[in-house]
Design a binder for this molecule. Structure first.
Ligand code: SF4
Ligand code: SF4
Length: 95
């Protein structure tokens, strides 16, 4: 029976530099984009929490932290924000 190598004896595999996600603009992957109806928004921040790309911008306003525009340079058009919005004020539209 072959003896197993300890992990420290294994050759080093591929390595990737960290912190590259901000340099990789993923917005061009998108086929649909979210359109936010600001007037109907109740600022529940569900879309902000749920966005996997962290591209819904939150700003400190007089009334507290509120969502602002979507950073389309990174939005992949997954539609999760539109799905979680309780008042359906985000519409996914074809580009
Ligand atoms: S479509 Fe997806 S990636 Fe774009 S803002 Fe909504 S949740 Fe984020
Ligand atoms: S989920 Fe809808 S209502 Fe809530 S902050 Fe986002 S856009 Fe506004």
């Amino acid at each position: 029976m072959a003896t197993k190598k300890k992990y420290k004896k294994l050759p080093i595999g591929g390595t990737l530099p960290g912190g590259t996600s901000t340099e990789t603009k993923t917005g061009h992957w998108r086929s649909e984009k979210p359109i936010w109806d600001k007037k109907r928004c109740i600022q529940c921040m569900m879309c902000y929490i749920a966005c996997p790309e962290d591209c819904i911008i939150a700003k400190k306003m007089k009334k507290g932290i509120q969502r602002s525009e979507t950073d389309l340079k990174f939005c992949k058009g997954c539609g999760i924000c539109a799905q979680v919005c309780p008042v359906k004020c985000i519409e996914m539209v074809k580009e």
